[in-house]
Design a protein around this ligand. Sequence first.
Ligand code: ME8
Length: 516
Amino acid sequence: MPRFYITTAIDYVNGSPHLGHAYEKVLTDVIARFRRMMGDEVHFLTGVDEHGQKVQASARKRGIPPQQFCDEVSQEFRGLLPRLTITNDDFIRTTEERHKKVVRDILQQLFQKGEIYKSEYKGFYSTRQEQFLQDKDRNPDGSWPEIFGEVTEIVESNYFFKLKQYQDWLVQFLTDNPDFIFPAYRQKQVLEFLKEPLNDLCISRPKERLEWGIPMPFDDGYVTYVWFDALLNYYSAVVDRPEVWREAHHVIGKDILVPPHAVYWPIMLKAAGIPLPKGIIAHGWWLQRGAKMSKSTGNALNPLDLVSEFGADAFRYFLIREMNVGQDSDFTREQFLVRYNSELANNLGNLVNRTLNMTTRFAGGVIPAAEAGDELDANLRALWDKTRDEFIPLCEGHQFHTALERAMVFLTETNAYIEKRAPWKLGKSAEARDQALLRTSLATMAEALRLAVALIQHVIPTSTQKINAVLGYEPGAVWRDELVWGGKLAGRKVAESLVLFPRPTPPAAPAPVPKK
Ligand code: ME8
């Protein structure tokens, strides 16, 4: 069985999870489920990033020890996963000993190999980004961009990781592996970034300034820079399973591609003699009215509110259907409702109810076998073959939004088939030919529904399971076999109805404005 290891970024626990965090989990889950459908043995890791200045500052603000603070907030992040029906196999916290041990071992090894050295550093530091700044980071007018928050000048001795000496190697690696980063234009941006000389990376913080981190194994006056610690989670979680590590794919947001994931991480691995991951998928941002949703700007949507209101499937569907992986998307409730109503309730929901309804009314609740159909049936079958053949490569290429659009076209055409065939008219006729067509149309709509459900089960797993259940159907183990049109439902007894995507209760009418 081919293996596939997939990870999400690990979230900072300095605030509650928001829509951006939820999206990344859902996207990764959709990829993980898809790979399982394709027959891979998947290992799926997610987790939280618990060290560093931001977390220390948030804990201080609450007046509790950082570990207690992390224990609390981590629970919130972990609790989000089942609510979103995420199928992760592991959840890592960077305060766990299994992780800290690997970080210490790798630091020690790099130190002994001479990849880490001590030196005095003088310069500007952004606490918000936990990053030393250079003049090239300034605005044209000399000020610091807002994303850095408060910037202070500091002088201190620190440990440095020899990044610079790997620059040429990294350029060569990216040139030799043009598909390392998805989307491809992001890989080009990394190569652009690498046209400027790299500096060695400061990987320690003196304890007087930051206590909340992993102590440097060779000097306990310092803790490890949070990025050096955090990136290693992907590896520390599977340190005893090299066969899993070799198949690693990272899903992250575009803001943490350059330099952490595309520069520091490959070089850290190279220096430590660890094989590189297979690939990095960098998604875009969820925006609200054009601004990035984030904890610090306070425009973050709570994903759980939407899940409570519409269910996990509708939430997952919207995120995957709306976002072209790599690009940004604006989140609006209006757009959410448009997709919910037209695609889930009307298109899919309608087909489910028509199938159950008409099978109950015209066939005593038992799906008939198809008989000779006509051109209408043949066209729908041809559309199915085309839909399936396009759908799989689209998902393999992370074009899930287009894949779902194709699935929706197939559902729309299936509903159109029902309109044209009008089983309710055929049901009134006693002629043998009409009765045969009626049976065929019932068989066809049920089969089309079964197939569409098989196709999109990684996006809306709960609803598709429910649909299979009301069709009296249990899919077989080999997914590709499920995608072949072939009357698998003949003779099944169906349920009478299923409420899948109920109409949302309209918001209360605004109070009338009193007349002056
Ligand atoms: O960066 N839309 O943590 P984080 C889409 N701890 N994705 C978003 C988003 C938005 N509006 N806002 C954030 C960190 N994200 C580090 C990662 S990995 C070794 C360490 C994504 O909590 C963001 O791009 O700030 C990142 O991939 C993830 O959420 C965690 O962000």
